[in-house]
Design a protein around this ligand. Structure first.
Ligand SMILES: Nc1nc2c(c(=O)[nH]1)N[C@H]1C(S)=C(S)[C@@H](COP(=O)(O)OP(=O)(O)OC[C@H]3O[C@@H](n4cnc5c(=O)[nH]c(N)nc54)[C@H](O)[C@@H]3O)O[C@H]1N2
Ligand SMILES: Nc1nc2c(c(=O)[nH]1)N[C@H]1C(S)=C(S)[C@@H](COP(=O)(O)OP(=O)(O)OC[C@H]3O[C@@H](n4cnc5c(=O)[nH]c(N)nc54)[C@H](O)[C@@H]3O)O[C@H]1N2
Ligand code: SF4
Ligand SMILES: [Mo]
Length: 749
């Protein structure tokens, strides 16, 4: 048995031990040797290469950046401490369940007891309320093997169509826009193309904080003289250094993109040859944007017309360019439309599918790309196939050894499952790799929905705000405890290696799922002995699909530093740059999409006068369940705050460190004030990495994009006032950290 190690021990004695790993020869098996296990950071979509340091007892005790082509030996402040999750004293190490019903405590139980109980209750609930009464809610922080397995588990073992994943909160607007414009959903270029661009336009991306290792590519381009345009309501660190920052009013990107295209047309900064030979739909788009002159949209977008013209000038005249966007434009009820409006700028310029010319959405979670390709989306089958395509269903049925007729009835996207959970149409949920009690909008409704379930099961490696509500909590594995693949922001499939075993009774995620499948009577379909066996089945399942992984073996990934899909044959080396010859529609042409500006679901009014927008800080990751436990990150970002402009603060009589009360139609939130000139005076920003009474999502709205079903996290309306004195006293008593440390202004201003 390995000895227990306290967090404070990690790293001690590190310098004395000499690594003896060599990429060619592997490592020595000597007990006291230090192994270096090459793998990747578990956090953002960059998937930086790292080596985990493992001691002779199999403990991961440190990390070093790896000279991988994406990060070239660099990492950000989260990546360098990610390993501290592995031996963390708060890891879940045994299964727990509420033996006496909802009001009884979570008690330690055996794996057999927990899994038998889940299988029995799933079947009882399905017998009484239909197969789709059970929901499987998965996540994109897991390997592609596990993501694929969850789609198969839902449809084959559980027999439910209600399978969806947390990328519904993240990548689906980008995916919808990409599919409608290009016929496929992937960044068009390897990131090395960014360094070759003359103009770079970033919309709704806090690049420096959320994709820090994209920054070196921007610097490289700018060293060559490239111009950077940033579109964001806040002066983010990337916006601060940009050549042009358009400080847009939240929710108005489609109008802005149309106005930039208006200017490109007016000056004939267009690639007519490309538009004619490689696209469809130009005339309609040109006619539509004729109504969007910079003068007209200036007031709507809150940006001077001259600046919009300047953006068009930079973008329109460039010889090479890259357009990137992230959740700022996508987390909206018109997120898919925003994506398409910006893609129109790329197509009109003809600058795609060539070196230094391209486009990409900045993928969120570590496996935000691979996790959205192989069937854990409600409407999808492996290989980016569509569930409603009969040929796709037939092919996957054959791979899975089931009858096509046995596919369950299609279910709902996770955002659309909240109502059915409240009405009792959905009565059970197994939730792996997501923390909805922090991350879903309108937290009061989410709490009601989850507590209304007859059975709620969570598989996680730390207790989360969501797991606290569960009837059964199963201890799963962190990324370093299993092998597999992820696909990074560029579409590069890379390898995650196993560095150690799960602690205590915790188990590797996919083994838990296969064990449960066996108890549901489908063991023969889930008879895997390694992640590699799941991978080999996935390769076949993806074969012939748009995201064709067939030719990608673990060996090829190692040999090539990753393989870009599609890679349809064993001979293929993969496809770093898409669209060099054709787009993914039958006629090979890209689609212009006609987009009209439409307002967000909830606009400020007399009662709720300010825009409320939410997002991230560099020191925390998503719901914070992984990063709120790591000392250096907590010290740097101990608690949430509300960012507001000095003019707004003055108007409200608030100063830095004061406690403000924010109210929306959904609830109220008490937060310390950070006064900063870096935000629009009509907008406030709150980072969302905290739960309970500190959850930014108490205020957000359950309004979804009609195409992608993504929530409108980036726009709703709030009222703000100084908190009443008694609320301030309660709030300060509640804060775990000294008040003096809580004024984030100093760190960020
Ligand atoms: N440090 C850190 N890095 C992360 C993550 C993390 O949690 N922490 N999460 C990862 C994941 S899953 C994701 S999805 C990505 C997210 O990466 P980003 O999308 O870059 O991050 P966000 O903070 O959600 O939003 C980006 C910006 O959108 C702006 N914005 C708000 N409203 C609008 C609008 O109407 N128009 C425009 N143009 N901009 C607007 C905000 O001011 C914000 O600066 O980051 C990944 N990387
Ligand atoms: N207001 C607001 N809300 C937002 C956003 C926003 O910008 N504003 N952003 C949205 C976006 S883009 C995203 S991606 C979502 C993310 O929202 P969530 O998916 O809820 O966030 P995570 O923190 O990734 O939750 C993952 C949970 O699974 C666990 N976990 C991580 N990896 C594994 C694994 O490999 N196996 C197992 N078993 N468990 C694992 C973690 O400990 C954590 O508890 O939040 C969304 N919510
Ligand atoms: S940039 Fe992203 S992948 Fe790289 S170290 Fe930071 S969080 Fe990890
Ligand atoms: Mo995300």
């Amino acid at each position: 048995m390995a000895t227990e190690r306290k967090l404070t021990d990690i790293g001690s004695g590190d310098a004395a031990m000499q690594p003896i790993y060599s990429p060619a020869g592997g490592w020595s098996t000597t007990e006291d040797a230090v192994k270096l296990v090459p793998t990747h950071c578990p956090f953002c979509g960059m998937q930086c290469g790292m080596n985990l340091k493992v001691d002779g007892e199999g403990h991961v005790f440190g990390v070093e950046p790896r000279d991988f082509p994406v990060n070239k030996g660099r990492m950000c402040p989260k990546g360098v401490v990610a390993y501290q999750q592995i031996n963390h004293p708060q890891r879940l190490t045994y299964p727990m369940m509420r033996r006496g019903g909802k009001d009884s405590p979570l008690e330690r139980c055996t794996w057999d007891e927990a899994l038998d109980f889940i299988a029995r209750r799933f079947r009882e609930i399905q017998a009484q309320h239909g197969p789709n009464a059970v929901s499987i809610y998965s996540g994109s922080s897991m390997t592609t093997e596990k993501s694929y397995l969850m789609g198969k588990f839902a449809r084959v073992a559980v027999g439910t169509g209600n399978i969806d994943y947390n990328g519904r909160l993240c990548m689906v607007s980008a995916a919808a826009g990409n599919n409608k414009a290009f016929g496929v959903d992937r960044a068009a270029n390897p990131w090395s193309d960014i360094a070759l661009a003359d103009a770079i336009l970033l919309a709704g991306s806090n690049t420096a904080e959320c994709h820090p290792l994209t920054m070196p590519y921007l610097w490289e381009a700018r060293d060559r003289g490239a111009k950077l345009i940033v579109i964001d309501p806040r002066v983010t660190p990337s916006a601060r250094t940009a050549d042009l920052h358009l400080q847009i009013r939240p929710g108005t990107d489609a109008a802005l993109a149309n106005a930039i295209l208006y200017e490109m047309i007016r000056h004939d900064w267009l690639d007519h040859e490309f538009i004619n030979s490689r696209t469809v739909g130009w005339d309609e788009v040109a006619a539509t944007v004729a109504n969007y002159s910079p003068a007209k949209v200036a007031i709507l977008c809150g940006i001077p017309a001259a600046r919009i013209e300047q953006a068009a000038e930079i973008w329109g005249q460039a010889k090479t360019s890259f357009l990137g966007h992230a959740r700022g434009i996508e987390h909206q009820t018109h997120g898919s439309n925003n994506v398409m409006a910006y893609i129109n700028l790329v197509l009109a310029s003809g600058r795609i599918g060539r070196p230094g010319c391209g486009y990409g959405t900045l993928t969120g979670q570590g496996n935000g790309q691979g996790g959205r390709e192989h069937g854990q989306k409600v409407d999808q089958l492996p290989g980016q196939r569509k569930l409603d395509d009969p040929a796709a269903r037939q092919y996957i049925a054959e791979v899975w050894g089931i009858n096509e007729a046995d596919f369950p009835k299609p279910g709902y996207a996770i955002t659309d499952q909240i109502e059915p959970m409240l009405t009792g149409e959905i009565r059970a949920m197994l939730n792996i790799c997501s923390n909805p009690m922090v991350s879903l909008p309108d937290q009061d409704a989410i709490r009601r929905a989850l507590t209304n379930l007859e059975l709620y099961v969570v598989i996680d490696f730390f207790m989360s705000e969501s797991a606290e509500l569960a009837d059964v909590v199963l201890p799963g594995s962190v990324w370093a405890e299993d092998e597999g693949t992820t696909t990074n922001v560029e579409g590069r499939v890379i390898r995650i290696n196993k560095a150690t075993n799960p602690p205590g009774e915790a188990r590797v995620d996919w083994e838990i799922i296969c064990d449960l499948a066996a108890r549901l009577g489908k063991g023969d379909k889930f008879n895997y002995h390694s992640a590699g066996e799941i991978w080999d089945e996935l390769r076949v399942a993806s074969k012939g699909g748009k995201a064709d992984y067939y030719g990608i073996t673990y060996e090829k990934i190692d040999a090539q530093d990753g393989v870009f899909w599609p890679c349809p044959t064993m001979e293929s080396k993969g496809t770093p740059r898409l669209f060099e010859q054709r787009f993914y529609f039958p006629d090979g042409k890209a689609r212009f999409n006609t987009i009209e500006y439409q307002p967000p679901a909830e606009m400020p009014d007399a009662e709720y006068p300010f825009f409320y927008t939410t997002g991230r800080v560099i020191f925390h990751y998503l719901s914070g369940n992984q990063t709120r436990r790591i000392g250096s990150l907590v010290e740097n970002a101990p608690e949430p705050y509300v960012e507001m402009h000095p003019l707004l603060a003055q108007k409200l009589g608030l100063e830095r460190g004061d406690i403000a009360r924010l109210r929306s139609r959904r609830g109220e939130l008490y937060l310390p004030v950070k006064v900063t000139r870096s935000i629009r005076p009509d907008t406030v920003f709150v980072p969302y990495h905290w739960g309970g009474k500190q959850a930014a999502n108490i205020l957000t709205i359950r309004a979804y994009d009609p195409i992608s079903r993504i929530p409108e996290y980036k726009v709703c309306a709030v009222a703000i006032e100084r908190a009443p004195d008694d609320a301030i006293i309660t709030m300060n008593a509640m804060r775990e950290i000294p008040v003096a440390k809580a004024s984030p202004g100093e760190q960020f201003a």
